[in-house]
Design a protein around this ligand. Structure first.
Ligand code: MEV
Length: 317
């Protein structure tokens, strides 16, 4: 039995998709990496009062929580039920530095940190497969039909080459270059864009399948480009992927503007990352100086935040 002063903590981090978003839902591969510059921390402690959630999305009683956080409340209730523990008298505090709904895996990271914190609180061992079951269910509520990619990358330590239903392949991004990440400041719409692509798939199966397969081929080629340290080739593949994502109608004006700005400023390639229609872009550069110039111009063009992430053998963690 925990005392009122004891608390447990679960952590997770954001993710970036280099290539393959949306297509990964249809069985094509994706390459994604942990984005440790954006951590999430969930703390669980005992309270005499009814259970409460403290977060930037919602502050209040667990049983009054709105539908917008049903992925979180369902995860709390399911974990407590499965562990034969009461969901009363818990104080759950969520601190996330991942901008929410920006294609950085915020919902999966929060679910991961939450499950870890609850298992630690109830002093139960948690295997990674059990963790993924909970996070996959939470993501189904958040996103409708998730590929499972976000769950695996926000809880993992290494970049991955991922195909739905297959064993996760750690994939070191041994390439000399820099990723510039820029946030449009607009909430992305992963649930809606995943739904809209599914609708396109039903209404125009041949054309949509062609686009999805093309993205899959680009991802496989990107894997080879990374393995051969061919950064210019990788940049071109990012550009082609963005064009295909536009065909799937998941980009928007702000994303396209930031992508075009990055290219004009000398990026080797750029694309949206994540679910799209808001959220972030990534751009690729060969040197840190170029990355800084590009990041500066993206900020001038309206990016509310930018990050520079060094790729390469020593920088993947
Ligand atoms: C969202 O981060 C990535 C998507 O491919 C959806 C998914 O993989 O579940 C758009």
């Amino acid at each position: 039995m925990k005392t009122l002063t004891e608390q447990t903590t679960g952590v997770a981090h954001g993710k970036l998709i280099l290539l393959g978003e949306h297509a990964v839902v249809y069985g094509e591969p994706a390459i994604a990496l942990p984005f440790k510059a954006a951590p999430v921390r969930v703390k669980v402690s005992k309270t005499k009062e009814p259970s409460r959630i403290l977060s930037s999305y919602y502050q209040g009683l667990l049983h009054d929580a709105p539908d917008s956080v049903s992925n979180i409340t369902a995860t709390i209730n399911t974990v407590c039920d499965d562990l034969n523990q009461s969901a009363d008298h818990l104080l759950i505090s969520i601190t996330s530095t991942i901008p929410p709904e920006r294609g950085m895996g915020s919902s999966a990271a929060v679910a991961t940190a939450l499950v870890r914190a609850l298992f630690a609180y109830f002093e139960k061992p948690l295997s990674s497969s059990k963790l993924l079951e909970y996070v996959d269910s939470s993501e189904e509520i958040a996103h409708g039909n998730p590929s499972g990619l976000d769950a695996r990358v926000t809880s993992g330590e290494f970049p991955v080459f991922y195909k739905k239903g297959q064993i996760l392949e750690p994939f070191p991004l041994n390439i000399s270059g820099y990723l510039i990440v820029a946030d449009t400041g607009i909430k992305g719409q992963t649930k809606q864009t995943v739904k809209d692509v599914a609708k396109l798939m039903t209404e125009f199966p041949e054309q949509t399948t062609d686009v999805v397969r093309s993205i899959g081929r680009l991802t496989v080629e990107a894997k080879a480009a990374i393995e051969n340290n061919e950064i210019e080739r990788l940049g071109k593949l990012l550009n082609q992927a963005h064009a295909h994502l536009k065909q799937l109608n998941v980009s928007n004006k702000q994303l396209d503007t930031l992508v075009a700005t990055a290219i004009t400023q000398g990026a080797l390639g750029a694309k949206l990352t994540g679910g799209g229609r808001g959220g972030c872009i990534i751009a690729l550069s060969g040197t840190i100086q170029e990355a800084e110039t590009i990041a500066g111009k993206l900020a001038e063009q309206g990016a509310v935040d930018t990050w520079i992430h060094a790729l390469g053998a020593d920088n993947n963690e």
